[in-house]
Design a protein around this ligand. Sequence first.
Ligand SMILES: Cc1cc2nc3c(=O)[nH]c(=O)nc-3n(C[C@H](O)[C@H](O)[C@H](O)COP(=O)(O)OP(=O)(O)OC[C@H]3O[C@@H](n4cnc5c(N)ncnc54)[C@H](O)[C@@H]3O)c2cc1C
Ligand code: SF4
Length: 508
Amino acid sequence: MCNVNPAIEVPEPGSSELRADAEIVVVGSGAGGATAAAVLAAAGLDVLCLEEGNLHPTAQNSTDVPEMMGRLMRDAGLTTITGPRQTLIPYLEGRCVGGTTVINGGMCWRTPERVLADWQARGLDQLSAENLAPIFQEVEAVISARRQDPGSEGGNSLLFQRGAERLGWRYRRNQRNQIHCVGTNDCVTGCPTGAKQSTVETWIPRFLAAGGRLLSGARVDRITIGPDGRAAGVTGRAYPAAGRRRRLRVKARTVVLAGGAIQTPLLLLRNRIGRRNGHIGRHFTIHPNAKVGALFPQVIDPLHGTHQAFQITEFTGEGILLAPGALPLPLVAMTHSTFGPRLAAELRHWRHLALGGVLVEDHGEGRISLLPGGIPRVRYGITPQDQVQFARAVAKLAELYFAAGATQVYPPFHALPALRGVDEIAKIFAIRPRVADTEYFTAHLMGTCRMAANACDGVVRPDGEMWDLPGLYLADASVMPGPIGVNPQVTIMALAHLIAQQIAAKGA
Ligand SMILES: Cc1cc2nc3c(=O)[nH]c(=O)nc-3n(C[C@H](O)[C@H](O)[C@H](O)COP(=O)(O)OP(=O)(O)OC[C@H]3O[C@@H](n4cnc5c(N)ncnc54)[C@H](O)[C@@H]3O)c2cc1C
Ligand code: SF4
């Protein structure tokens, strides 16, 4: 894979502009962009994929967390959602070839059938379980969604499994997109072994093998519109690994945006595209999560073993997911609910500390917008209803850890730093934890340019084309019609696949 592909032309000596023509230009190479690009190239179309971040080969991945965050993440991962009463929810976006799939945990879930039934009821007939089944199958095959090799789970996940079995709760061994993962537990900062099958290992090689062209270090700023009122290409800036920064101009019959649930609406807003469409940047859902720690008398060594080998399925019908989720130590410190000397004291016992998380299907809706000067604003408020669900979910995870033999459990609530036994779980409900006193995090951003059966309800048509601009398609987490309550990468890839098939059927 090269940085500046030979098919990108520098027209005249000394020119500061890179130019290219393509039938289709795809912006972004994450879950949605790489899938769409590969499907379009396989259909015989001439596709150019532009990615703002750089390519970071697996061999260069290290376990230096701040270094890897700076290399792979937008704003080095120091990004937060703001909510009412100064609440802050940190989130992460990948900014590299492969996008957020390079820094994700690798869990693979199909969209739950109850969610697909709801989308169909909203007029999105093509999103039926039957129609999507062969696409899910292909996606899972391409990304190698499979169970972990035995022995790679690690103490953190095995203790979690023990708690679930003692309580008789249903759980499943996770399908993860990995081949022989050895459980180094670095998924969030870039897999150092190449086991994780991000799009860099899957859709992108397929795309290139089918004749697709990829330009990394290429940030798109403008969508160009032709005299016929259709999208006609993009312009932006290229930052080649070697050489100077250049302007970039690509002419294309079709533009596919896949910058993710935050960058895609921001790009549309900056371009003032769809100004009359009231849905751009709205309906933002975040599938929030919160971490729960548990102290065990025995050594667990949580840094060995895969990120999440199991998930509790007992409560998924209620929109609650419980999962083990060990992280590199600097990230454990970031997500813990205590600070200063107390945090230092707790982390002194890190070899005995299990870490898990609760995820709740959310009912709030946030908004991505632009402040004066073009500064992005990412807003979301946890609803009172979801806050109650969080308290329930944390209580359940505490119960699981005590059943597994924990001596202390650390909830994500500042007002209740530790529980010392199963009898203390009721304190969670007694304190009624406030949103502002809860340590949240989110990794699942979606829905900001949702797909809808008519122009009054959303931003894109059922085939992914914008209601407001012909020739401009979206194919990433932004088009998700609503929250799904499970990890989203397989859903995003399936939607992007479906959208790409429909573009290909029209011949671009
Ligand atoms: C820590 C973490 C753990 C996660 N774990 C899981 C998991 O276990 N399972 C799961 O299913 N999901 C998981 N996810 C979520 C999942 O990875 C994302 O939902 C998914 O990758 C989003 O796909 P996307 O195509 O919308 O955007 P992305 O994958 O983020 O790709 C967008 C790409 O577009 C590029 N881009 C943006 N703007 C521009 C521009 N103007 N010009 C050029 N390029 C641009 C970006 O640099 C980026 O590479 C996790 C996420 C995180 C952060
Ligand atoms: S646990 Fe380690 S080896 Fe396995 S996928 Fe994650 S980073 Fe790669």
